[in-house]
Design a protein around this ligand. Structure first.
Ligand code: I3S
Length: 132
């Protein structure tokens, strides 16, 4: 997959553990939020949320084949990103990512510094992909 290829070819843009939840699935608003901590990889214009956070630094980078299955993959082309309005979550530092196919995700980290680097990286990815 592009993700595992990235891990071995060192073209990885960013990876780490974030809290995330999907709120809209292709236009259909989901009734409940299910936040979970997730190993998250940004590479090649695609943001991938893995099912759990456990496969991360513990060897995931060196053994891509041992990575768990992606749960959500979000193509950044045509996506939009903003800080989530307060009514979307009581948590702090929440980003809202809307994909071109009409899905929405909330992405959160307690550290403002960490979420800010993700904000920058995702926004830059979106911008680069919409340049042409
Ligand atoms: O928008 P909501 O309903 O306040 O979102 C909260 C719920 O998803 C809640 O789950 P339960 O309804 O099973 O308690 C989550 O535990 C909360 O984290 C959600 O609110 P925040 O404000 O944390 O996104």
């Amino acid at each position: 997959s592009p993700v595992t290829a990235a891990l071995v070819t060192k073209t990885l843009d960013k990876a780490g553990v974030l809290h995330r939840t999907r709120t809209v699935d292709k236009g259909k608003r989901l009734r409940k939020k299910h936040w979970s901590a997730s190993w998250t990889v940004l590479e090649g214009g695609v943001l991938t949320f893995f099912k759990d956070s456990k496969t991360s630094a513990s060897g995931g980078l060196r053994q891509p084949s041992k990575l768990s299955t992606p749960e959500y993959t979000v193509e950044l082309k045509g996506a939009s990103l903003s800080w989530a309005p307060k009514d979307k979550s009581s948590k702090k530092n929440v980003l809202e990512l809307r994909s071109r196919d009409g899905s929405e995700y909330l992405i959160q980290h307690d550290s403002e510094a960490i979420i800010s680097t993700w904000h920058k990286a995702i926004a830059q990815g979106i911008q680069e992909l919409s340049a042409d």
